[in-house]
Write a protein that binds this ligand. Structure first.
Ligand code: ACM
Length: 507
């Protein structure tokens, strides 16, 4: 009863008891996983896992397991005498540690001392590996700031469910959250908006409460390190050329009408003001991304690219001049040109640009990785054009939509219900794609846009249990909704409670 459902699990007989005398051994390559095991089990169990040459709990990296385990798989064998964790790579051992945590009584997940519980593991043999290398969660820190402590807790919960990419949406019209030394006003001005819209985009009501927040670079480094220790990569996103109003409020010269003073946007929806296309803007983007790359070692860096209205380019003298100079058919084509320029900067630095796609008309080179967010078949078009894709269709991966149509469901994004079954049914490699097209699918991820997510409790309510359905689907293609996922989810409820997640819609 583990989430995500392991690919091969054979139950044995008997149990192994962990107690204060339980010893632990780890080879050099397994030290990170051993440290993680001690760190994660200490708060609830207080168990020291005394170092030994041949421990009761034994962790080792064995490259010979590569054919079975790949980069992130593992083998976990529990007998009445020992728990043996093996993987071909250290990342696999981190996953084995998380599975071991789920085999223990649920109270083991608590963050405070638990007494009176026997820390026993059922005897079992698990051989497990993920279907996809990209199993993500996007967190929108712009619409509502998500404090570091909440992000760290979220990383813990992702790692427990063997999700491995935290996509951090750091900038948008309503706030800029990442400090940039070369452009200090991005956070001094761009991180605070005067008020927020109440209700959906187009509403005329506001709360008249300023909202703001920005990370320090030290906090972001802490997050990156903390996540890496848990096998999670933090991928930053800096939105361009649209969704950039907060940057324009800080630096009007980056806009299409430099004389215009703009506020950090207080509305929801698609903002008509976008970045200009003059040289100073490209310099700005490259400089910002250089500082981003200093903090985030992620091989992928997201450039946004979605929802960029082109009216300002169609009427702006600088954009019209740029269109003519480049010989482009129309100002709309500046969008692809812009992303190609900035993407080339990332590629030259050895990183891979990622963009959202909302149609099938990309003119970007195949080195760009694409997240189709409207229609899954936009991913098909991208795969045919040679792009790798991470499947993010809104009707099955957007957790900001309500999870039911019940009257007491909190306000969510309008237009759809994304229920638990729909998330679990999300097929990242659809059957009507060819094998070659499916080979471009890196994986899938959930999106938690935060227009209506002002508190950690609201975040958790939207994330759980739907994030678990996505984790299950991304890990194990054979996991069946009725016979695997649902029964496991029911038995998972005490674990969620031990993590402090109480208000969930469980079936
Ligand atoms: C998006 O939802 N605009 C990526």
């Amino acid at each position: 009863m583990i989430i995500p459902t392991p690919v091969h699990l054979a139950a044995g007989t008997g149990r192994l008891t962990l107690d204060p005398r339980t010893t632990l051994s780890a080879d050099a390559a397994a030290e990170g996983a051993a440290r993680l095991l001690r760190t994660l089990l200490a708060p609830a169990t207080g168990l020291p896992f005394v170092p030994a040459v041949e421990g009761t709990v034994d962790l080792a990296v064995d490259p010979a397991l590569s054919p079975d385990c790949g980069e992130e798989g593992y083998r976990l064998t529990v007998t009445p005498e020992r728990a043996v964790l093996r993987a071909a790579r250290p990342a696999g051992l981190l996953n084995a540690v998380q599975t071991l945590r789920q085999l223990l009584p649920a109270e083991a997940l608590a963050d405070r001392p638990v007494t009176g519980t026997a820390w026993t593991l059922p005897c079992v043999t698990i051989t497990d590996r993920p279907r996809y290398p990209w199993r993500g969660l996007m967190v929108d820190t712009a619409r509502h700031f998500q404090p570091l402590a909440h992000l760290l807790r979220t990383v813990d919960r992702m790692a427990l469910h063997r999700l491995n990419v935290l996509h951090l949406h750091l900038t948008d019209d309503q706030g800029w959250r990442m400090p940039v030394d070369a452009y200090p006003l991005l956070t001094e001005v761009g991180s605070v908006r005067a008020r927020s819209m109440i209700g959906h985009a187009g509403s005329t009501r506001y709360d008249d409460t300023p909202h703001g927040g920005a990370y320090t670079k030290d906090e972001l480094r802490t997050l990156v390190r903390y996540a890496a220790d848990r096998g999670v990569t933090v991928m930053p996103e800096i939105e361009m050329p649209g969704h950039a109003r907060a940057a324009l409020a800080a630096y009007p010269h980056l806009g299409n009408r430099p004389e215009q003073r703009l506020d950090v946007w207080t509305e929801w929806g698609v903002c008509p003001t976008v970045l200009g296309v003059h040289d100073a803007v490209l310099d700005f983007c490259r400089t910002v991304l250089d500082e981003v790359m200093e903090i985030f070692p992620s091989p992928y860096v997201h450039l946004g690219g979605d929802e960029c209205p082109t009216e300002e380019w169609e009427s702006g003298p600088a954009a019209l001049a740029r269109t003519a100079e480049l010989g482009l058919p129309a100002p709309k084509a500046l969008h692809g040109w812009f992303l190609r320029q900035v993407g080339a900067h990332l590629l030259a630095a050895g990183r891979r640009p990622v963009v959202w796609a909302e149609d099938s008309t990309s003119t970007l080179p195949p080195e760009f990785t694409v997240m189709p967010w409207r229609d899954g078949d936009h991913g098909l078009a991208a795969a045919r054009a040679g792009h790798d894709v991470v499947m993010t269709p809104h009707r099955s991966t957007y957790l900001d939509y309500p999870q039911s149509d019940r009257a007491d469901e909190p306000l969510g994004q309008a237009g759809a219900v994304v229920d638990l079954h729909t998330v679990h049914a999300n097929e990242p490699g659809p059957g009507h794609w060819t094998d070659a097209e499916r080979a471009h699918v890196l994986g899938t991820q959930a999106q938690l846009w935060s227009e209506f997510v002002a508190t950690p409790d609201q975040f958790d309510y939207l994330a759980f249990p739907r994030l678990l359905a996505l984790a299950d689907r991304a890990w194990n293609p054979a996991s069946d909704w009725t016979t695997d996922f649902l029964p496991t989810l029911r038995s998972h409820a005490p674990r969620l409670a031990a993590l402090g997640i109480h208000r969930t819609v469980l079936l």
